[in-house]
Ligand binder design. Sequence first.
Ligand code: C2E
Ligand code: MG
Ligand code: MG
Ligand code: MG
Length: 281
Amino acid sequence: AAKDRGLGLIEVFDDAASHRSLDRLGLRSDLLGALEGDQFAVRYQPICDLGSRQVVAFEALLRWTHPQRGPVPPDVFIPLAEETGAIVPIGHWVLEQSCRELARWSGRTGKRIRVNVNLSPVQLQQPHLARELLDIVQRSGVDPGDVCLEVTEHSYLRDDVTESAAVLRSAGLHFALDDFGTSYSSLNYLKWFPIDLLKVDRSFVGGVAVSDTDRGIVRAVLAIADSLRLGVIAEGVETEEQRAVLMDLGCAWGQGNLLSIPLTPDDAAELIADRHSLAAS
Ligand code: C2E
Ligand code: MG
Ligand code: MG
Ligand code: MG
């Protein structure tokens, strides 16, 4: 009987697995028309001074609403867009939208605000990437120094992308190393990529108030940032305890649901125009 149950289980798993890959195939082809079909939107999550809660920047986060299936999470569709190459035009579109919003925010206040846009390693491999991104930024009229590209470490990226990065960096754009600490090559990356900011992954931030290990890791990241003169943003700040510990450790900036969830462009504009700072809840 145990054997029967075992076989039954295998069938169930097989079924689920083939279902999942069909699902991926369907989504992958649907993704190709999503840009023209107006199915994407960008949300903007505030990045704040942890002490004053002043908004210093927004991270642009892509959202896809599938006409039949509803919202599809980025962790599902971004890898598919990377496989097909669709991430290249999609990424250009996200930067265009973000620069347009940034121009609108700065028009409303005299204050300086930045926008952070995620850049896929697949985009970084495109031969004309730097020129294309610079065209988008320059056409929008925003100061290139107010645009920060968030990159993640990948073992297959090396010298071929350093040139694009150097061109973008010398035009004034900034780079942040996203999800810092989650990949084996993190430290190596700092040697050859022009990084200005580290984003501490939320897997460490989540434990900072309760785990000596997580707190020790965050303290070490802050020490590395300090000696290399890099800024640090803590990702996924969800509680007041985490905010207090992070400030205590000397982390200047944070982002997370405690401060604000990702906002529509209108809500982001309103936040900037009204108070520019997120009240304690
Ligand atoms: P990421 O760049 O590390 O973005 C931060 C993620 O953490 C976002 O997930 C955000 O919604 C989530 N987050 C923020 N605060 C909290 C919190 O307090 N708690 C928790 N649990 N999560 C929080 P999201 O929007 O689902 O995006 C997931 C990933 O998809 C991003 O991770 C990024 O790697 C990728 N992504 C999103 N938009 C783009 C894009 O335009 N281009 C590219 N290439 N990748 C993107
Ligand atoms: Mg990011
Ligand atoms: Mg991240
Ligand atoms: Mg991520």
